[in-house]
Write a protein that binds this ligand. Structure first.
Ligand code: NAI
Length: 286
């Protein structure tokens, strides 16, 4: 039986979510995507027009098939949580059933149970501000979009996950070491995500025989990372200082993710796994 994967946080072909989808598709999984509502139209249009066809190519020469794209806004758990202005916003009014609870229900109705849940999303409205200058609103928004969104997704998807399944998220080393420039409470949000990985691994392991891990990925010039403003500097820094002096490819993170959600990693849960050319191990810039 082929496995079914729901990957939240894909809106173009540049980020880690897309690369994870490709690695899972190459391993034979059926791919369902969750795309942020305001980015949905352009993503679907680009997909239909073949804009991503080159990067849909899998190692065996076939193109990755996407069974369905679901609109999703992971800062809202159910329709009661959505403020009026968002409901009326024309980018949101055009789509429906995009709160976490509704997306889980739609996936269940369309495809039944799934095996793999991937969280590849983050957002911090004040990410460019130092923590000392971050507002309460900005801090809580970062935590809501980047940390609680994972708790909520797993909470709502666990009941429709087959025992033996697995879930992963993406984190960043700014959670444990100071990375000047990764502000707005995003470092705090990643620290929460990593701590939650351990607790959720326990709870989802006991409750549903589901494994929960997170990948601490090195720098990639994705759309989200470009919004932070210093990604090119981080990529150069990694190239100079990491044990492996090579570009970090999104596909390398995709492949590690495919391993972690596969039976090859059947005893790995609650872990933070570094996929960063080894940069995290260094104590001195070279
Ligand atoms: P990306 O831009 O491809 O992915 C982020 C996605 O989150 C976008 O598709 C965006 O539309 C979506 N999103 C934002 N708010 C949302 C919401 N409320 N509901 C649903 N979707 C929402 O960028 P990237 O960098 O691939 O990010 C994926 C994950 O990787 C994130 O968790 C990020 O923090 C993490 N990461 C990225 C690194 C990098 O250097 N790019 C390094 C380490 C971790």
């Amino acid at each position: 039986r082929g496995k079914k994967a729901f990957i939240a946080g894909v809106a173009d072909n540049n980020g880690y979510g897309w690369a994870i989808a490709k690695s899972l598709a190459a391993a034979g999984a059926e791919i369902l995507l969750g795309t942020w509502v305001p980015a949905l139209n352009i993503f679907e249009t680009s997909l239909k027009r073949g804009k991503f066809d080159d990067s849909r190519m899998l190692p065996n020469g076939s193109l990755m098939e996407i069974a369905k794209v679901y609109p999703l806004d992971a800062i809202y758990d159910s329709p009661e949580d959505v403020p009026e202005d968002v409901k009326l916003n024309k980018r949101y009014a055009g789509a429906k059933n995009w709160t976490v609870k509704e997306v889980a229900e739609c996936v269940k109705n369309d495809f039944g149970n799934i095996d793999i849940l991937v969280h590849s999303l983050a957002n911090g409205s004040e990410v460019t501000k130092p923590l000392l200058e971050t507002s309460r609103k900005g801090y809580l928004a970062a935590i809501s979009a980047s940390s609680y969104s994972y708790v909520s997704l797993l909470q709502h998807f666990l009941p429709i996950m087959n025992p033996g399944g697995a879930s992963i998220s993406l984190t960043y080393i700014a959670s444990e070491r100071t990375i000047p420039g990764y502000g707005g409470g995003m470092s705090s949000a990643k620290a929460a995500l990593e701590s939650d990985t351990r607790v959720l691994a326990f709870e989802a392991g006991r409750k549903g025989k589901i494994r929960v891990n997170t990948i601490s990925a090195g720098p990639l010039g994705s759309r989200a990372a470009k919004a932070i403003g210093f990604i090119e500097k981080m990529i150069d820094y990694s190239y100079v200082n990491a044990p492996l002096q090579k570009e970090l490819l999104a596909d390398e993170v995709g492949n590690a993710a495919a391993f972690l959600v596969s039976p090859l990693a059947s005893a790995v849960t609650g872990s933070v796994v570094y996929v960063d050319n080894g940069l995290n191990t260094m104590g001195l810039a070279t």
